[in-house]
Each structure stands twice: as structure tokens, then as C-alpha cells.
Design a protein around this ligand. Structure first.
Ligand SMILES: Cc1cc2nc3c(=O)[nH]c(=O)nc-3n(C[C@H](O)[C@H](O)[C@H](O)COP(=O)(O)OP(=O)(O)OC[C@H]3O[C@@H](n4cnc5c(N)ncnc54)[C@H](O)[C@@H]3O)c2cc1C
Length: 416
């Protein structure tokens, strides 16, 4: 069933009685060619591209809860392609290009909104770093523009320009960046994967791997054993726990990251704004709420809620940048578990166990990566070779000292 304006009018006229569930609810089969563990954005996108682009069949996504219940439905929805290093930027540019065509690809309204991402800077040294990053972005086919103070003032006149400690000296503007409705991404990928024959099995927790002679044969689950030709693990914040079932210890720590939404306001923010002198970023949802966040809570946890010192830190950042936020009432706040890698960049690689593949280490930047992550992980699963934009995301980079240390955008391991 395709979604279209015509279809909407037709359904409106007959009391919306013709809509069908967006995906099936199948029973697990005894075995599949491909089993994807984790029904978050990355797992569902992987299944979609495996089926649609690589024409594979007999694919299942196993999700321990419900799809969209993990970080794909908990993040602050920012997408961007504004990385500095050659190991990262081509991958994130691929992702942004996939976002730009996503709704047509999925036949689903994910509310992709390229309203711009503005990274403020507050010192001459930061301006130099922003200029360098912008040049790197342009060289990799992305867009970047350096704004001076007046340029920022034209975009967001309400900011605290003359703060004695953090005067706003300009911004790196990335106009193709923006926001996407996060849970619609999970739903859109799920619907499309289902239409291509993928079994999406919810309430099915993977509890172990059956491995013989260094080859993975299948997964033990809360709904019984399922055999598999190849297994791709994409469980984000649960990476350490799930891979330990295969006897692997990862260079990843789990931390909680909190997010906040205010009451609905009239449109005030033009796009995404990030503070350069503290950890605070903000955008406005289509419902009017200010969506904002800051740093991770600096301790290891699997709890999906955070603590007050970080709330205070986020509020301080918000007040320093846009004092008017102090008049806004907070509607709700929540947390999600981050899979923090030690250099802030992801891992998408085969493991030393035949047939077992891993995708994780997304830190607090994995939502924007969802389409590219799915695309390159599907490529790896289908062809056993890394996609050309993801050759640096290997396990052995930590052993060989080839870290992709993208300071200022990914993880901050010094805060672990
Ligand atoms: C507050 C917050 C704000 C963020 N803001 C941004 C942002 O603005 N921009 C951005 O790019 N990124 C952001 N992120 C990061 C981003 O959300 C994550 O990096 C990304 O969503 C992780 O990939 P995923 O969608 O596949 O994860 P998830 O949705 O967490 O999917 C993993 C799934 O695996 C399932 N699972 C776990 N264990 C098992 C098991 N044993 N068996 C079966 N299933 C299992 C889980 O239930 C879960 O559904 C933010 C995250 C948070 C929490």
C-alpha cells in the first residue's frame, strides 16, 4: 500500500477504514540467511538496504523491545555532514545525501527538514578551527559558510552576543544540516523493510550466540533458537553486553545522555544552534517545543535516565547563550544509553568470529548516520568488504594507533 496525497483524500472520504498495519508481526522462522540484532534505526536501515539494494532475502530483525524504543526514538533529531577528518566526512556526506532522498526511497514522510546547523564560535582560535573544518567539509562535497557576528545576528538576533566571557564572534553555518522526525525514521525503514520481505520480530531478545569452530551458527533468543548464515549486531548502547555473549570485549563504554523539551512556543529558532563555549545545543520542533541537550553524564550506566548535575550544566549553557530560555517551562526530559567509543568514531567491521559482524560505537552522533550506517553495514554483510566510505571504521584501528580522533564533535573520552 503506497502512501500519497490521493490515498489520503480517498481514506478521508471513507473514514480511514482502508489503512493496513505498516508492517507485519510475523512469528520467527527456524532460520534465516541474515539476522540483524537490534531494531533501532541502524538495524532497520541495514535490513532495508540488504533487501532493497543488495537484493538479499531471508532476513530477520530481532528486537528485544519494540522498534523505535531505543535511541532512535530518544535523540534530539539533528542531522549534519560537518566533520573534519577524511575518515569521517565522506561517510557523513553519504548519509546526508541519503537523508535528502529518504522520503522518496521509503515512501514515508520522515519530516526531513534542512533548516541549517549553526556552530557558534567565541574566540579567534575557534574561528580558525571553524574555517579549517569548513574547508575540509567543502573539499568532501559538503557545504559550509563562515558567518561573522552580523551574519549570526541576522539568523538569530535573540542570542547573547555581548556576554563578557563568551562573546559571539561568528559561526560555521551548514545549511544542508537540520532535523528529522526521529521515530518516523524507524517506522519508515520498518515499513519499507517489511515490504521487501524482511521479518521484523519484536519482543525477541538475543540472549546468546551459538558458535562452533569459530563460526557463528545462530542466536539464542527469548523466543527460541534461530539459525543464521550471517549475523549483524547493531544494538547501540547495549553493544558491550550483547558482544560479551560472543566472548568479545569492546573498546566501548556506555554512558547516559539526557535530552530536554520545553512547552510549545511560537517559531523562534531558525534551525539548530550549538554553543561553542559550553556543551549546549538547541533546535525547535515542528510542534514548537525547544529541543535541547548537552553533555553525557560522566559515569558508566545502562539506566535511561540521568542526574541533576548535568541538568544544571545544560541549563547554565542555555542561559549563557540565550537568556530568554529562562522564561520557558520544561515539558519533559529523558535519557538514552550511548555507546561511546574511545575516539568518538564508530566501528563497522567483521569480528574474528566467522559470520559475526558488528556496528556500534556511535556515541551521541549516531542518528544522523542512520542511512549511511545501514547502507554500509548492508554492504559489508552482503559482500564481505567494507564500503568505500567506511574503510576506517575497523576494530584494529585501536591496536594500530589509527584512531579517528574527531575532537569537538564526537565523544570526549577525557570525560569518561
Ligand atoms: C538524548 C539523546 C540525544 C541524541 N541526539 C542525537 C542527535 O541530535 N543527532 C545524532 O546524530 N545522534 C543523536 N543521538 C545518538 C543516536 O540516537 C544514537 O547514536 C543512535 O540512535 C543509535 O543507533 P540506533 O538507532 O540503531 O539505536 P537504538 O534505537 O538504541 O537501537 C538499538 C536496539 O537494539 C535493541 N537491543 C539491545 N539489546 C538487544 C538484544 N539483546 N536483543 C535484541 N535487541 C536488542 C534495543 O532494544 C534497541 O531498540 C542522541 C542520543 C540520545 C540518547
Amino acid at each position: 500500500m503506497s502512501y500519497s496525497g490521493f490515498r489520503l483524500i480517498k481514506e478521508a472520504l471513507r473514514g480511514h477504514s482502508g489503512w493496513k498495519p505498516a508492517w507485519r508481526n510475523p512469528e520467527p522462522q527456524p532460520g534465516y540467511d541474515f539476522v540483524i540484532v537490534g531494531g533501532g534505526g541502524h538495524g532497520l536501515a541495514t535490513a532495508h538496504y540488504l533487501a532493497k539494494v543488495y537484493r538479499k532475502s531471508r532476513i530477520a530483525v530481532l528486537e528485544k523491545g519494540w522498534i523505535g524504543g531505543g535511541n532512535v526514538g530518544r535523540n534530539t533529531t539533528i542531522i549534519r555532514s560537518n566533520y573534519l577528518l577524511a575518515g569521517n566526512e565522506p561517510f557523513y556526506e553519504l548519509s546526508l545525501q541519503l537523508w535528502e532522498g529518504l522520503e522518496q526511497d521509503l515512501n514515508y514522510n520522515a519530516m526531513v527538514s534542512q533548516r541549517g546547523v549553526m556552530n557558534l564560535f567565541h574566540s579567534d582560535a575557534q574561528r580558525d578551527a571553524a574555517r579549517r573544518r569548513g574547508n575540509g567539509m567543502i573539499l568532501h562535497g559538503s557545504d559550509a559558510e563562515l558567518l561573522d557576528t552580523d551574519g549570526v545576528r541576522r539568523e538569530a538576533p535573540f542570542l547573547n552576543f555581548n556576554n563578557a566571557r563568551f562573546p559571539i564572534k561568528g559561526a560555521l553555518m551548514h545549511r544542508r544540516g537540520g532535523t528529522v522526525r526521529h521515530d518516523a525514521v524507524a517506522w519508515g525503514y520498518a515499513r519499507s523493510a517489511d515490504r521487501h520481505g524482511v521479518d521484523i520480530i519484536q519482543n525477541c531478545e538475543v540472549t546468546g550466540f551459538r558458535i562452533e569452530n569459530n563460526k557463528v551458527l545462530g542466536v539464542e533468543t527469548s523466543r527460541g533458537y534461530i539459525s543464521a548464515g550471517k549475523i549483524g549486531v547493531a544494538v547501540a548502547g547495549s553493544s558491550g553486553r550483547v558482544m560479551s555473549q560472543a566472548g568479545m570485549r569492546l573498546p566501548i563504554e556506555s554512558h547516559v545522555l539526557q535530552a530536554f523539551v520545553s512547552e510549545g512556543l511560537k517559531p523562534v529558532l531558525p534551525g539548530v544552534i550549538t554553543f561553542g563555549a559550553g556543551h549546549f545545543y538547541v533546535s525547535q520542533s515542528d510542534k514548537g517545543g525547544l529541543v535541547f541537550g548537552g553533555d553525557i553524564d560522566g559515569y558508566n550506566t545502562y539506566a535511561q535516565r540521568g542526574n541533576l548535575p548535568v541538568v544544571e550544566d545544560v541549563c547554565e549553557g542555555g542561559m549563557a547563550l540565550m537568556p530568554m530560555i529562562g522564561r520557558t517551562r520544561l515539558l519533559r526530559m529523558w535519557g538514552g544509553v550511548m555507546d561511546m567509543s574511545m575516539d568518538g568514531s564508530p566501528i563497522i567491521d567483521r569480528t574474528q568470529i566467522d559470520g559475526l559482524y558488528f556496528n556500534g560505537g556511535w556515541c551521541y552522533g549516531g542518528f544522523k548516520a542512520t542511512p549511511a550506517s545501514g547502507r554500509v553495514f548492508a554492504h559489508l554483510l552482503a559482500t564481505d568488504t567494507p564500503h568505500e566510505t567506511a574503510t576506517a571504521y575497523r576494530f584494529d584501528r585501536f591496536e594500530k594507533g589509527l584512531m579517528i580522533d574527531e575532537k569537538g564533535v564526537g565523544a570526549q573520552p577525557n570525560l569518561h
